[in-house]
Design a protein around this ligand. Sequence first.
Ligand code: WQD
Length: 344
Amino acid sequence: MNILLTGGAGYIGSHTYVALVEAGFTPVILDNFANSHPRVLERLQAITGKPVLCERGDVLDTPFVEQVLRRHAVGGVVHFAGDKAVGESVAKPLKYYRNNLGGAVSLMQAMEAAGCDTLVFSSSATVYGDPASVPIREDFPRSHTNPYGHTKLVIEDMLAAQQVAQPAWKVATLRYFNPVGAHPSGLIGEDPAGIPNNLMPYIAQVATGQRPFLQVFGSDYPTPDGTGVRDYIHVCDLAEGHVAALRTLIESGRSLTVNLGTGSGHSVLEVVRAFEAASGRPVPYQQVARRPGDVAQCYADPALAQRLLGWRATRTLAQMCEDAWRWQSANPNGYRDAGEAVSR
Ligand code: WQD
């Protein structure tokens, strides 16, 4: 079955591309490369040994998306395309509402026009806001603390409304916790533009010497060592979770919403130590004030995904750090040539 990956050239999308090929699907990438690099396509061919089908364009271009769906006889869509920087969304909310909400509406309209009714959506644990307790179950209340999280929450509601209007639609909403790591080949990985917002890519750049030290945001949280606790999940586990969700939709026809996490929480300092062990490099850090909007703890109850998808994360924090280190040390500039400007 041909599967369209919107934003498929990105971090999660590219790893899901590999997992889909390995599972016998034929993925087609749709990407405008606003937040990804075309070099990922040659890397994907190197990993899979097959030519990569890619349609360059914007998910907001509804007629274009419909043409792509028809041209490739797409049987299902995995929707990754969108902006995802929490801080940027506070500074530029209209960009996020236009790209994320507009993109989702445009995609669903194109799917309706082309007769495609199977959709996997990249949601986020950010829809839980500041959870009252952990581990987090899917029936926990949702809230948002920033425009990025708001777009994920609203898209979930748009998908629910579409399923009421079109009961034949099959939708899997996947709430990611903290994706980290890279494909073990070291050929694809996380390639943040500019200064990394997220912990793991920042630590990796400290380990390579690209940055002098890590700022640890907060040392007074109600956690074992005072630093923030998160549910880090290997991006390859996450990718395999997408394949399991797609298979479940196709085989059962039942829509679902599940957490994709490990169920284990690790503190910032635990991740620092794990990365030092994996890389053999020191990761100097300074403990500074909390980052506004951060929560103390956020980790999943992964039971529902295991029950509905027959899937669970298996890779350890050590493997996440080893694979992230292999990618970063082999690609210190990500997919860009040394000296190539960051285009986004
Ligand atoms: C993890 C921990 C920080 C950087 C965000 C989004 C979420 C999802 C994943 C898209 C926290 C600490 C971080 C640093 C630090 N993105 N930290 N120094 O904030 O849990 O989640 O990314 O879907 O929607 O909210 O991830 O990696 O930014 O932070 O101390 O330089 O590391 O305080 O405790 P977060 P993160």
